[in-house]
Design a protein around this ligand. Structure first.
Ligand SMILES: [Zn+2]
Length: 382
C-alpha cells in the first residue's frame, strides 16, 4: 500500500515528522476508528482524525441536529438543523478529506447491537453524553479488547483517559464502579457547557488516538487528565486497574453486556410511564394558572439566570439551591406544582419538600421546555 502523490502533499507536515513519517502515515491510513456520538466531543475528534488521514471512520448517532447543538457541535451547520447527525457528520468529514471512508450508523447503540457495531474497528472513542452509553461502551470494549479513548465534559470541566485493560491499564468501571444515582449529576442540557470545552477535550482524545496508532509518546493509559477552563489548569490522577473490577478484574462477573438503562437506574424509551404519580402535565399547570380559585401555587426552582431567559407569567422563583433556606415561604398545606427546565430538578425539590412535611406536591413533567412546546411558543427554549 503506497501513498499517492496527492496524499504525500496532503500529509507532508506529518511525513517530515520523524515520529510519523511515511510508515506512520500508512498506519494512520490503515486504521479504523469508531466514534460514538457526533456531538460536542465527536466533532473535533472526527474532523481532526479525518484531516490526519484516518482510513475509516464509523459514526454512531441516532439523533438529529438541534439549534442548541450549534454552539459547540462544529461538525454541523445552521443548514443541518433537523437532519440526522451521522449523515451531516459524513458530509463535513468528506468535505475535509474525501479519502476517508465514513460509515454512517444512524442508530442508537444498545446492548443488542454494540458488539457487532464495535467489532470491525481498531479503536473506539467515547463521545457520549450519558451514563448508560458510557458503561455500555466500556464493557463492550473490554469484552472485545479494543482501546476506549474516553472524554467527558460538564460546564467548564473536562476529563480524558484511555481505557485498555488488555494493554495493562484500567477500565472506566475501575474508576467509577457505580453510576451516580439518577438525577444527581445534571447533563449538559441541564447544567450547561462552555462551547469550546468539547473542542479541547475532543482534540485531546484525537491526539491519544493518533499516538496509539503510531505507538509514540506516553499515552493516557493509567492516567486521568482533568481540565478546568476557568482556571485554565490541567491536573492528572494516576489510575490503576482494580483487581476486583467486575469486568476487567481478576475474577470478572460480567461476561456479556447487561441492561445499562436499568444499571444506571434510568427507564428510557417507550417503556417509560406516560406520567409518574408525582407528575403533572403542563396542561394542568395552565389550568391552575388560569383558575386561581383552585388554590394551586406554581413554583419555579431554576436558577435566576434561567428565569431571566424564559419564565412563565405568574410563577414565583425559588432556586433549588435556596430551597433549604426558603421553603418556609411556602404553605405546607397548599397544593404546589414545581417547575424546572426539564422535570429533573423539580422532582428533587419535590422530594425535599416532602421530607419537610409538605403534602400536596407535583412535579411538572417536561418542565418549561414542555410549556414552550405545548402551551406557549413565545417562551423561548434554551
Ligand atoms: Zn475495570
Amino acid at each position: 500500500m503506497e501513498l499517492s502523490n496527492d496524499e504525500i502533499r496532503r500529509y507532508s507536515r506529518h511525513l517530515i515528522l520523524p515520529e510519523v513519517g511515511l510508515a506512520g502515515q500508512k498506519k494512520i491510513r490503515s486504521t479504523s476508528v469508531l466514534c460514538i456520538g457526533a456531538g460536542g466531543l465527536g466533532s473535533p475528534i472526527a474532523m481532526y482524525l479525518a484531516a490526519a488521514g484516518i482510513g475509516k471512520l464509523g459514526i454512531v448517532d441516532f439523533d438529529t441536529v438541534d439549534f442548541s447543538n450549534l454552539q459547540r457541535q462544529i461538525l454541523h451547520t445552521d443548514a443541518d438543523v433537523g437532519r440526522p447527525k451521522a449523515q451531516s457528520a459524513k458530509e463535513t468529514i468528506n468535505g475535509i478529506n474525501p479519502g476517508v471512508e465514513v460509515i454512517v450508523l444512524n442508530t442508537r447503540i444498545t446492548s443488542e447491537n454494540a458488539l457487532d457495531i464495535i467489532r470491525p474497528y481498531d479503536i473506539v472513542v467515547d463521545g457520549t453524553d450519558n451514563f448508560p452509553t458510557r458503561y455500555l461502551t466500556n464493557d463492550a470494549c473490554v469484552l472485545l479488547k479494543k482501546p476506549n479513548v474516553y472524554g467527558s465534559i460538564f460546564r467548564f470541566d473536562g476529563q480524558a483517559s484511555v481505557f485498555a485493560p488488555h494493554l495493562g491499564g484500567p477500565c472506566y468501571r475501575c474508576l467509577y464502579p457505580e453510576p451516580p444515582p439518577p438525577g444527581t449529576v445534571p447533563s449538559c442540557a441541564e447544567g450547561g457547557v462552555l462551547g469550546v470545552l468539547p473542542g479541547i477535550i475532543g482534540t485531546i482524545q484525537a491526539t491519544e488516538i493518533l499516538k496509539l496508532v503510531l505507538g509514540r509518546g506516553s499515552s493516557l493509559i493509567g492516567r486521568l487528565l482533568l481540565f478546568n477552563a476557568l482556571d485554565m489548569k490541567f491536573r492528572e490522577l494516576k489510575l490503576r486497574r482494580d483487581p476486583e473490577c467486575p469486568i476487567c478484574g481478576d475474577h470478572p462477573t460480567i461476561k456479556e453486556l447487561i441492561d445499562y438503562e436499568q444499571f444506571c437506574g434510568i427507564a428510557l424509551g417507550p417503556a417509560r410511564p406516560a406520567l409518574a404519580p408525582d407528575e403533572v402535565t403542563v396542561q394542568e399547570v395552565k389550568r391552575a394558572l388560569d383558575n386561581p380559585s383552585l388554590g394551586i401555587k406554581v413554583v419555579d426552582v431554576r436558577e435566576p439566570d434561567e428565569y431571566e431567559i424564559a419564565h412563565v407569567e405568574g410563577v414565583s422563583l425559588i432556586p433549588l439551591g435556596e430551597l433549604a433556606n426558603r421553603f418556609t415561604e411556602l404553605d405546607p398545606n397548599q397544593q404546589l406544582y414545581i417547575l424546572c427546565k426539564g422535570g429533573v430538578r423539580s422532582l428533587k425539590a419535590l422530594n425535599f419538600l416532602r421530607q419537610q412535611g409538605f403534602k400536596y406536591l407535583k412535579s411538572v413533567k417536561g418542565g418549561i421546555t414542555a410549556w414552550s412546546e405545548e402551551i406557549d411558543s413565545k417562551v423561548p427554549r434554551y
